[in-house]
Design a protein around this ligand. Structure first.
Ligand code: FES
Length: 235
């Protein structure tokens, strides 16, 4: 069976090429990549850690869809590419610092600890799903808004921001809401691509919707609806 891999090397001319490789049937994509590296081309570069869907380091795109290489079984003719929306370092490895830089911008951790807060099991359930994130950046790669608006906070940071807004121990939930107004909650198109690709079943689209509701409760308005209102008044 043949698969194609998009290769990238900054100093090569051209820097980007697509190469075909013969691989064994029935293996995972990660096993296929390891076999190519061991037997055919030691320069093939990719990331991997746990080999069992836990560390999130092996995420790539196959035929335009984000997958974990250690969990995906390749099919004839698959095209394997690095994640989108982050600079490619080499072959299938991207520089993750752009996505990680969105976390402080969204204040995606506890801002003020309410020591008196009591967390019920139901409340804990509400926030534990976001804590299952394995930092694979699949949601960040799948987001089409980031392609046209690079300063968009993106689903990776927004879903975490909601996790702390919903946490009863957060004494200052408004600080998160304030932080996600610019290039944030209102710029999402709610396409749901982030939710569709998350290997952990996290729902960034749903969390962004909840952030919007909370934003409205704090007096923020959807800027798109404001211009829609003015447009209506012209008639
Ligand atoms: Fe850890 Fe794939 S190698 S999730």
């Amino acid at each position: 069976m043949k698969i194609s891999i998009k290769r990238y090397h900054a100093t090569r001319q051209p820097p980007s090429i697509t190469q075909s490789f013969e691989i064994e049937e029935g293996v995972t994509l990660l096993e296929a990549l390891q076999s190519i590296k061991a037997r055919e081309d030691a320069t093939l570069t990719f990331r991997a850690g746990c080999r069992s869907g836990v560390c999130g380091s092996c995420a790539v795109r196959v035929n335009g869809r984000e997958v974990l290489a250690c969990a995906y079984k390749p099919k004839e003719g698959d095209l394997v590419e690095p994640l989108r929306n982050e600079a490619v370092v080499k072959d299938l490895v991207v520089d993750q610092k752009e996505a990680f830089a969105t976390l402080p911008r969204a204040r995606a951790w506890l801002q003020a600890y309410d020591e008196a807060a009591v967390v019920t099991p139901e409340e804990e359930k509400r926030t534990e799903i976001q804590s299952d994130c394995i930092l694979c950046h699949s949601c960040y790669s799948a987001c089409p808004v980031l392609e046209t608006l690079p300063e968009f906070l993106g689903p990776f940071a927004l879903t975490r921001a909601w996790r702390y807004v919903a946490d009863p121990r957060e004494a200052d939930p408004k600080s998160h809401i304030d932080a996600v107004q610019h290039a944030g909650v209102w710029d999402c198109t709610l396409c749901g691509e982030c939710t569709a690709v998350c290997p952990q079943g996290i729902d960034p689209k749903g969390d962004i919707t909840l952030l919007r509701t909370k934003s409205a409760q704090y007096g923020y308005l959807d800027p798109n609806m404001q211009s829609f209102g003015s447009f209506g008044l012209d008639f």
